[in-house]
Design a protein around this ligand. Structure first.
Ligand code: MTE
Ligand code: MO
Length: 453
């Protein structure tokens, strides 16, 4: 696969990419003409722009990508899925073996736990998703429970340790996740090889991935090659430290004790307006978007054009599926002026999008009913001035220590205090960044002055 010239040029203008860092471009070019928002090129974190929320099924080429490390290029001839641990009969399946089993299809939303993280105040470290760290696809494969039946779970089995073919960079911990046996045996939990009628693409997990409908994306392990059945909780980094949130509400900015942190599982009820954008002409304007939840159908979507003071019902259009996007449409008679549009979804379990954030230390599961400012005028208002790019020259030590595993997209998207940058330095040196003691202050000076709240 080749790196597109356009993207290489973009990387060049960032001025800091000293050597190519693997494959930086999605395999499929967007037919929709929508360009992804590139949070990071490699590891690849690509966000879908809000206009993408007009589609009930998200085209694969528009679908967000979230990778903790470089995308592995798995060759089918070398690949098997192994199942061992607490099982009666350890198994090794080829893709052809799995395809002989009963096929199941399911439409489901896949949303990153960190989607919306950039909106939390105070900010925290991590991929700075806005709206588009979510998509809805038709997945096809086999039920995980049918695969497990071939191996036979032994008594005492409680967790499945799921491991993909991606290889950690430096000393970062391997991305390994567990799913409890109860979720694994749910008939809607699949191992899928198909997304929207095509084999999975490399960035979406070719040849096989976990489909955990209703749960956040971190459980949807890609490039799956090994399932180990355990009788205990797994304490790897991505279970014990990452993907946890407080079991109770905490005040924004609070440090939470590890014993009060529980794993992220279910998604929240949520909606996003796709159109209109920031400007429309006065008159009849359809307000269109999608809503979703964790498996409970969307029962209503309300729209406000006055920042939440008054609400009117939108029409639910499209198809109702248990786990998928539900489209909505509202006929807005848009009067001239500045307005704040808000969509607020309710699901059949009675959950409603909140008007205020429930802050948590890692910024997971954002689902605030959020205002979108729209200017309604006959003439297009002048574009706001772009924020000037940072002009400070980074210290050479920064380039040497921090550019290589990834480029500076990772740093530029953050808005952190000096104390938070110090913690990030500890995390990255722990993962293998080679920072000389004498250089550390200069690097932190640079980061905390350029990429601050
Ligand atoms: N093996 C592996 N699986 C993974 C990841 C990863 O980095 N490695 N990222 C997870 C996260 S955090 C999310 S949100 C989803 C993203 O899936 P997508 O890239 O197909 O949208 O994949 C999950 N599966
Ligand atoms: Mo994620």
């Amino acid at each position: 696969m080749s790196i597109s010239r356009r993207r290489l040029l973009l990387a060049g203008t960032a001025g800091l990419l000293t050597r190519p860092v693997g494959i930086a471009v999605k395999a499929s070019a967007a037919k929709s003409g929508r360009l992804p928002i590139e949070l990071s090129q490699q590891p690849m974190d690509h966000e879908m722009p809000v206009e993408g929320f007009v589609d009930e099924i998200t085209p694969t080429e528009d679908f967000f990508v979230r990778c903790h490390t470089y995308t592995p290029q798995v060759k089918l001839a070398d690949w098997t899925l192994k199942i061992d641990g607490l099982v009666e009969r350890p198994q090794s399946f080829t893709l052809a073996d799995l395809k002989k089993m009963p096929r199941t299809e399911l439409v489901s939303v896949l949303e990153c736990a960190g989607n919306g993280r950039s909106f939390y105040e105070p900010h925290m470290s991590g991929a700075q998703w806005k709206f588009g760290g979510v998509g809805n696809a038709r997945w096809a494969g086999v039920r995980l429970k049918d695969v497990l039946a071939k191996a036979g779970l032994k008594p005492g089995a409680t967790q499945l340790l799921l491991d993909g073919a991606d290889v950690p960079l430096g000393k970062m911990p391997d991305f390994q996740r567990t799913v409890e046996v109860k979720k694994a045996l749910d008939p809607d939990t699949l191992l899928a090889w198909e997304m929207n009628g095509q084999p999975l693409t490399p960035e979406h997990g070719f040849p096989l991935r976990v489909i955990a409908p209703g749960w956040a994306g971190d459980s949807w392990v890609k490039w799956l090659q090994h399932i180990e059945v355990l009788d205990h909780d797994f304490d790897g980094f991505w279970m014990k430290t990452a993907y946890r949130h407080p079991s109770h509400s905490v005040a924004p900015g609070t440090a939470v004790d590890a014993k009060d942190m529980i794993p992220v599982t279910d998604l929240n009820v949520k909606s996003v307006i796709a159109t209109p954008g920031s400007w429309v002409k006065p008159g009849a304007v359809p307000v269109v978007g999608v809503a979703w939840s964790n498996g409970a159908a969307i029962s209503k979507v309300e729209i406000s054009d006055d920042a939440g003071k008054s609400w009117r019902l939108a029409k639910l259009t499209g198809k109702e599926t248990k786990y998928g996007f539900r489209k909505f449409s509202f006929a807005w008679d848009a009067p001239e002026g500045k307005h704040t549009l808000v969509a607020k979804a309710t699901d059949s379990a009675g959950r409603v999008q909140p008007m205020q954030e429930d802050w948590n230390p890692s910024g997971y599961l954002w689902n605030v009913a959020q205002g979108r400012d729209v200017v309604v005028s006959v003439k297009r208002p002048p574009a706001a001035d772009a924020v000037p790019a940072s002009s400070a020259t980074p210290p050479d030590a920064y380039k040497a220590a921090c550019i290589g595993c990834h480029d500076d997209h990772m740093m530029r998207q953050q808005r952190m205090t000096r104390a938070q940058w110090e913690k990030e330095m500890d995390k990255m040196t722990g993962w293998g960044a080679d920072v000389k003691a004498a250089d550390r202050t200069a690097i932190v000076d640079y980061l905390s002055s350029q990429f601050k709240p």
